[in-house]
Design a protein around this ligand. Structure first.
Ligand SMILES: Nc1ncnc2c1ncn2[C@@H]1O[C@H](COP(=O)(O)O)[C@@H](OP(=O)(O)O)[C@H]1O
Ligand SMILES: [Mg+2]
Ligand SMILES: [Mg+2]
Ligand SMILES: [Mg+2]
Length: 350
């Protein structure tokens, strides 16, 4: 039986290595001229890098934890009917596998030799029940619009056990800490959070440093919100900042880099209030961020101050809106957030 401090040690390590390997692919695409993109049924974009990163991460998980279940944002349908795009994705995956020797750690992160195998790895992410057992949730590129715009993006991987996030890893290739750009944050519930430098060499994810959230009073805090006006209610968020007497400019940033950034004390409050009450937040947009914030000493709730419920499958259907912030200003800020949420949206109909 593992001691408490060894709990999820292997899961965290493999998740970090898998995220780092996927980031080699996403960064190669980020800086290339070839960013082949499809538009999904919900009108959102998915690029060749999203598919490639999902294949690489799920290959690693399937190799290391074959009995677990996986939920990934993407599926291979768009590749199976598009040979040209599929070949581009496979080429990017093959280059990553070749460039990357998987380190001296002797950890087998899995490989793939054909497009068919790659599609099958991508489709391992089709699970949808989260209330029981071990379920990994993956966002291969969170902030695809940011990725395409040259902004922030994240590779987000988390392990849910019986519906509770136990492990979270966020790879943020364009976020900086202590002057180093390209970082990985990882947390295990009850064991804190570390930030490590991302490196093209899989052996050297290794300058762990502990982090914690900012301790400034509410009036000196700053807000962090998404860039996309369609993803959160910028106007209402500005009103809440104003109601709280916050005068610092709001920082806009794509992806779960927002969670990473406030976990490291580079900002304080992440607000994500709905633009439409029918939208259900996706679990892969929050799971890794939640455990990272909680382990950095913060709290994540919905706009009615309820904890996020990860037992409901692929979406947070029992929650509306998301707020993440340091413990010390929680009471002050949430009073104003819930008042505004009730005024604007009424009582939770959930
Ligand atoms: N109407 C909406 N409201 C809230 N989130 C939305 C949304 N439409 C899409 N999203 C999610 O917003 C995520 C990006 O968040 P942000 O705006 O903070 O960068 C997207 O993740 P992907 O980019 O992985 O698809 C997508 O899941
Ligand atoms: Mg998407
Ligand atoms: Mg996402
Ligand atoms: Mg995504």
């Amino acid at each position: 039986m593992a001691t408490t401090c060894q709990r999820y040690k292997r899961e965290r390590h493999i998740a970090e290595l898998a995220v780092q390997r996927a980031a080699i692919l996403t960064e190669a695409v980020y800086y290339s001229q070839v960013k082949q993109t499809l538009t999904k049924d919900d009108k959102s974009p998915v690029t060749l890098a999203d598919f490639g990163a999902q294949a690489l991460v799920l290959a690693a998980l399937a190799t290391a934890f074959p009995d677990d279940k996986y939920i990934g944002e993407e599926d291979s349908a768009g590749l199976r009917t598009n040979p040209e795009l599929s070949a581009l994705v496979f080429d990017a995956v093959a280059r990553t596998l070749k460039s990357n020797k998987q380190g001296a750690s002797n950890i087998n992160l899995g490989t793939m030799g054909s497009e068919q195998e790659m599609w099958d790895f991508i489709d391992l992410g089709n699970h949808d029940a989260t209330a029981a057992g071990r379920v990994w949730t993956l966002d291969p590129i969170d902030g695809t619009k940011g990725f395409l715009r040259g902004g922030q993006y994240a590779i987000a991987l988390a392990l849910l056990v019986d519906g509770v996030v136990q492990v979270g890893v966020l790879g943020c290739p364009h976020l900086s800490s202590e002057g180093e750009e390209g970082i990985i944050l990882s947390a295990v519930r009850g064991q804190g959070v570390v930030v490590k430098q991302m490196s093209a060499d899989l052996n050297s994810i290794l300058h762990p440093s502990e982090i914690s959230m900012s301790r400034v009073p509410t009036a000196e805090a700053s807000f962090c919100e998404g860039v996309e006006a369609g993803h959160s209610a910028h106007e209402l968020q500005a009103k809440i900042a104003n109601d709280l007497g916050i005068s610092k400019a709001t920082v806009r940033m794509d992806s779960q880099a927002k969670y990473a950034s406030i976990a490291m004390g580079q900002g304080e409050i992440y607000l994500r209030l709905p633009t439409k009450m029918t939208y259900e937040e996706k679990i892969w947009d929050h799971a890794a961020g939640v455990v990272i914030i909680e382990e950095a000493g913060g709290i994540v709730v919905d706009m009615y101050c309820e904890p996020l419920d990860f037992t409901q499958g692929r979406t947070l259907k029992r929650n509306k809106g998301v707020v993440a912030l340091p413990r010390g200003i929680f009471g002050d800020v949430m009073e104003v957030v819930t008042r505004n949420a009730l005024e604007k949206y009424g009582k939770s109909a959930l």
